[in-house]
Design a protein around this ligand. Structure first.
Ligand code: UDP
Length: 378
């Protein structure tokens, strides 16, 4: 029996986290795999499809032209729904908490195609932060037939919400699979694709920073940027900041950090280049979700410029500290982590996974007994 699977993605983190799942599914027999690409982050996706040998079967269009989230959601849901009606799919796979994932999950539910949610059960408990991701997560949970929880905490959150335990599978996060896939390629004599990386002075302590969250645009971001400026002026450190393409974020970054010696503003980096910088960093200042999961693989202690996190395992395992957008806490935290003559790395295992999450996900999606049961309940 062939299992027909539509994997949906549209943003950088979705390709990174679903790439290993697609690779694993392609290795199995009896699978008909199709990928729907919505194009939500078209510019940030360069090189990623090749990195994971992804073949795009369906290309969404016109999403970027939509002025608001509701518009993007409805265009994507319509397009994915159109594909789902063309033939009988056994699964539609969604990842995380983006508009792409929410639209695909709702399209799957309305078309009676079972939805499988990768990275299920993350919660801050605050519907407005991160926005709109926390809302998206809950909509996706409601729409899904199987929930792949990356950690025990995520699994427990789903069980508390009444999701039946037989539908929740603890897998680890597929980002660790992706990271291990590229880490080998980027250590030692790796030559970065972005020529600006070669300009980073090697003798200085590397502070890697990213920021893009919508809910802290404005004074919050400016505090973070002022802290990075102060740290770069310390002289012993260099700050590398790949600047997000959101025009508001770009404007803020240029306002505070343009022409600042000691700060290297980079274009969004291809994933191998970014992982290369992670392997050289002393610490990371970030509001990204994915980075909270990736930094532990390198033993890095990081500062999370948010008030809450849906990835508390990063904090409880000692890798992350929530500093909000507090100027003083960021400056003090980075100075503490760079005070020695060596980075303060932790030896604790990454709490987000062991690199085998995709294997567990593929096993479950292809289990004949599970598929028979899901089909019977349709
Ligand atoms: N990343 C990348 N290039 C960059 C910045 C980040 O490849 O210039 C990767 C990073 O390693 C992580 C993912 O993109 O896997 C995180 O994306 P983002 O911060 O946009 O989203 P979030 O994780 O917050 O959903």
């Amino acid at each position: 029996m062939t299992v027909r699977i539509l994997v949906t993605m549209g943003t950088r983190p979705e390709i990174i986290k679903l790439g290993p799942v697609c690779q694993e599914l392609s290795r199995r027999s009896g699978v008909e795999l199709e990928v729907f690409w919505t194009g939500q982050h078209i510019e940030l996706a360069a090189g990623l499809a090749d990195l994971f040998d992804l073949k795009i079967s369906h290309n969404g269009s016109k999403v970027m032209g939509e002025p608001d989230l509701a518009g993007k959601f409805s265009v994507m849901a319509q397009q994915i729904g159109g594909v789902l009606r063309q033939k009988r799919y056994d699964w539609v796979v969604v990842q995380g908490d983006t508009i792409t994932a929410a639209a695909a999950a709702v399209a799957g539910f309305y078309n009676c195609v079972p939805v499988a949610h990768v990275e299920a059960g993350l919660r801050t408990g605050n519907l407005h932060s991160p926005w709109p991701e926390e809302f998206d997560r809950r909509v996706i949970t409601l729409s899904s037939s199987v929930h792949f929880a990356p950690t025990a905490m995520a699994r427990d959150a789903l069980l508390r919400e009444g999701v039946p335990s037989r539908d929740v599978i603890l897998t680890g996060n597929t980002v660790v699979d992706a990271l291990l896939h590229v880490r080998e390629q980027v250590q030692g004599n790796y030559r970065p694709r972005d020529p600006d990386i070669a300009k980073l002075p090697k003798g200085r302590k590397l502070v890697l920073a990213t920021l893009h969250r919508r809910e802290t645009i404005g004074e919050g971001h400016r505090n973070v940027l002022r802290a990075l400026r102060t740290l770069a002026r310390d002289g012993d450190k260099v700050v590398a900041l790949p600047v997000h393409l959101n025009p508001e974020v770009r404007g803020e970054v240029l306002d505070v950090l343009e022409d600042e010696p000691g700060v290297y503003l980079l274009a969004p980096l291809q994933y191998p280049d970014f992982v290369h910088l992670l392997s050289r960093a002393w610490t990371v200042v970030t509001d990204s979700g994915g980075l909270q999961e990736e930094a532990p693989t390198f033993g890095l202690q990081i500062l999370i410029t948010r008030d809450t996190t849906e990835r508390p395992e990063c904090v409880s395992a000692g890798f992350g500290k929530l500093v909000g957008t507090d100027y003083g806490a960021i400056v003090e935290g980075v100075r503490r982590l760079t005070a020695d003559d060596r980075p303060l790395l932790l030896e604790t295992a990454n709490p987000f996974g062991d690199g085998r999450a995709s294997l567990r996900i593929a096993d479950r999606l292809l289990a004949p007994a599970v598929n028979a049961l899901v089909a019977a309940n349709r």
